[in-house]
Design a protein around this ligand. Structure first.
Ligand SMILES: *Cc1c(COP(=O)(O)O)cnc(C)c1O
Length: 441
């Protein structure tokens, strides 16, 4: 399997998996995509309901990656990556929560980060040279990447997070690792962090001296494994024999793009909902065909506070830049913080299910789609994080305390290490060049 840039429309510069993963961003500034996606056969689809999660993972990733990776290696990686459950909970009649938060950092990004770390670890071992990984985070990406890569030999990780813009608990999960994980606290917003990472990856001087890559959702190694739980959800719900509609609470749109890839491979997903907070550039595009990136606005679903979603370029690519085709498959809605809090409360009152602010946005999108379209569907919203990761918001909405899982509590007692950094590219670059391990604040 070869990978091509979203900007390489004539497929003139395909690269192999290793190059796509280590390069992160294509030379022309585009994002890598599989050069082609075959349809899964009917026979293979029929087997899926009888396969477990790691088996579905290995099958689907093998389908995307082809001969880029051998089957035994892929089986082993998938057994490690998918060693925690993905749960489907029927919250109310026909509405299911796809719980993606049973991994080490209690958020869906564990899936992509764990797959990527193991894949890269295998590259680093092959060639015996050090790889540096830079990642920007608005909260949960960084902790998943840190947890996924912590202790992986031959890899140094740099996490850029916006000062004062992540929750206390998120900060603990970014800054308490040490060893090969360095947390950089940038005096700016998430979009600044993301811009700096893009500049690092495009920096010719750095390229000459170090093997540098990114672990953001722009990396194809993070994106592809996320397609797996869409296939899993379908396999567990297909017997209901109703059109499957999946609502994806979205920020950088990696998660939704992965769903579209699963669909393109032939997983029978009828429709997607792009559910966002007030940072609604994609829902606006879906409405009027105009894509107008703008600075992000802070909300209570802060992992989705993205004003210029990177993966939109991949979505456009998948639909051949055609607004109408995208609209036929994806509907967008956005919701305010007060609507989100009200939803957390209503869901709990009606069903006693505690949703997190991101999942609640997904739930709202699904409800709105159903109310506007009236047809009988199997509805799924992705529950992207455990509610206990956002205790202030969830407890305020519910008017009561929620219980915190032990593996989250454990972070509380650890010591934070991060390097304060001006919102300035040269300052970031300097830290990346000079620092090898985390140093105490
Ligand atoms: C990252 C994140 C999202 C948004 O996912 P994208 O792939 O960036 O669209 C939603 N919810 C949570 C909890 C997240 O951490």
């Amino acid at each position: 399997m070869k990978f091509i840039s979203t900007r390489d429309l004539n497929q003139l510069s395909p690269v192999n998996l290793r190059e796509a993963v280590l390069q992160g961003l294509a030379d022309d500034g585009g994002l890598f995509m599989p050069s082609s996606i075959n349809l899964i056969s009917k026979e293979e689809l029929e087997k899926m309901p009888f396969m477990n999660l790691p088996e579905i993972g290995s099958f689907l990733l093998g389908h995307f990656l082809g001969n880029s990776i051998n089957k035994v290696q892929l089986d082993n990686i998938c057994n490690e990556v998918f060693n925690f459950p993905v749960s489907l909970v029927e919250v109310e009649n026909g509405i299911h929560s796809l719980e993606l938060f049973h991994g080490p950092t209690l958020a869906f990004k564990d899936v992509g980060a764990r797959f990527m770390s193991r894949l890269m670890g295998s590259f680093s071992l092959d060639k015996n040279n050090e790889i540096k990984v830079a990642v920007a985070t608005s909260g949960d990406t960084g902790s998943a990447v840190a947890a996924g890569f912590h202790g992986v030999k031959g890899i140094e990780v740099y996490i850029l997070f916006p000062k004062g813009k992540v929750s206390r608990m998120q900060e603990k999960q970014l800054t308490t690792w040490g060893d090969n994980i360095t947390a950089i606290e940038v005096d700016g917003v998430f979009d600044d962090c993301q811009k700096h990472v893009k500049s690092l990856l495009a920096d010719e001087e750095l390229k000459k001296n170090i093997l540098l890559t990114s672990a953001n959702s722009i990396n194809i190694a993070r994106l592809l494994p996320q397609a797996v739980y869409y296939a899993y959800a379908w396999s567990r719900l297909q017997h209901l024999e109703k059109p499957l509609v999946i609502s994806v609470p979205s920020g950088n749109f990696g998660n939704l793009t992965a769903g579209l890839l699963a669909q393109k491979a032939g997983i029978p997903i009828h429709h997607f909902i792009a559910s966002t907070n007030i940072n609604d550039v994609v829902p606006s595009y879906l409405k009027d065909g105009k894509f107008l990136p703008r600075p992000s606005i802070q909300t209570i679903s802060n992992a989705m506070d993205v004003g210029n979603p990177s993966n939109f370029e991949r979505m456009l690519h998948l639909f051949g830049n055609d607004h109408q085709s995208m609209k036929q498959v994806v509907t967008g809605y956005h919701f305010s913080d007060s609507e989100t809090k009200a939803a957390i409360r209503t869901i709990s009152e009606r069903t006693s299910y505690a949703a997190d602010p991101h999942g609640a946005v997904g739930y709202l999108g699904l409800q709105k789609f159903i109310s506007e379209n009236l047809f009988d569907v199997t509805g799924v919203f992705l529950e992207t994080a455990h509610p206990a990761k956002f205790p202030e918001t969830v407890e305020e909405s519910l008017g009561k305390k929620i219980s915190v899982p032990q593996r989250l509590k454990a972070f509380e007692d650890k010591t934070s290490y991060s390097i304060p950094c001006a919102n300035n590219y040269e300052a970031v670059k300097d830290i990346l060049i000079r620092t090898k391990a985390a140093s105490p604040r």
